[in-house]
Every structure is written in C-alpha cells, then in structure tokens.
Design a protein around this ligand. Structure first.
Ligand code: 5GP
Length: 121
C-alpha cells in the first residue's frame, strides 16, 4: 500500500480537518473515531507518513515506534478502558480491510467486545 499524502489522517495532522483529540505528543496523535464501533473508539496514529504496520516497523525511528506503542496504553488509561478491558486493532492492506492508508490503531472498549474475528465480508 503506497502512502497518499492527501489521506484523511494526513489532513487531520495538517489541521485541514478537525478531530476530537484525546492525546498528543511529538510523535503521536490520538482522536475519537468519527464512526465509533464501541463506547470508546479512539484512533492512535504516528505523525510520520507511514502507510501500514510493515512500512512503520521497517522505516520509523525506534523512538517513534516506542511512542506509538506507549500512546496506546496511555489512551487506554485516559479513556478508562484500562480498568475494564479493551482491544487494539490495526487493519493493514487489502485482506486487513484497511480504508485509510495512514497507519492507525483502533483502541476499542467500554462494552464486551465479543470474540476477535467476525465472518469475512
Ligand atoms: P480502517 O478501516 O482503515 O482500519 O479504519 C479507518 C477508520 O477511520 C474508520 O473507523 C473510520 O470511521 C475512521 N475515519 C474515517 N474518516 C474519519 C475522519 O474524518 N475523522 C475521524 N475521526 N475518523 C475517521
């Protein structure tokens, strides 16, 4: 998957589209998903231009990789789901059903989430 600099998350990072921010630092932005699938549904994205997990882990500096991992735990605490349980998902590429070609992690919680995978489709 190639990086499209006009994808919606790149535009949020440039301030061209608003978002409901949960957390931000030098490397990471976290904001509420516009179409939440659970009471808590926050997207965690690196500020760098990485299309997916394989791109990020091959090319991002270690400090940026560590910051994204830490941010997911920070978001779980900030939103309260660390106490009740949550799920982190990153959809990558075609079979992963990735819609936005800027690496992102969904942090979902606030209700029982069921088993990990539904039926394909
Ligand atoms: P994917 O299917 O790529 O894993 O997830 C993309 C996510 O981005 C979806 O959950 C979708 O609701 C969310 N999304 C798409 N456009 C916007 C937007 O403009 N703002 C926010 N906050 N979320 C968005």
């Amino acid at each position: 998957m190639t990086y499209d600099p006009n994808n919606v998350f790149a535009r949020i990072l440039r301030g061209e589209i608003p978002c409901k921010k949960v957390h931000e630092n030098e490397h990471v932005l976290a904001f509420h998903d516009i179409n939440p699938q659970a009471p808590v549904h926050v997207l965690v994205i690196p500020k760098g231009a990485y299309a997916s997990m394989d791109d990020f882990t091959a090319n991002a500096p270690p400090a940026e990789q560590a910051a994204v991992m830490k941010a997911m735990g920070d978001v779980a605490r900030l939103t309260g789901v660390a106490a009740t349980g949550y799920r982190v998902i990153s959809n990558c590429g075609g079979d992963g059903h990735q819609d936005v070609p800027h690496l992102h992690f969904h942090v979902l919680g606030g209700r029982p989430l069921g088993r990990m995978l539904g039926k394909a489709g």
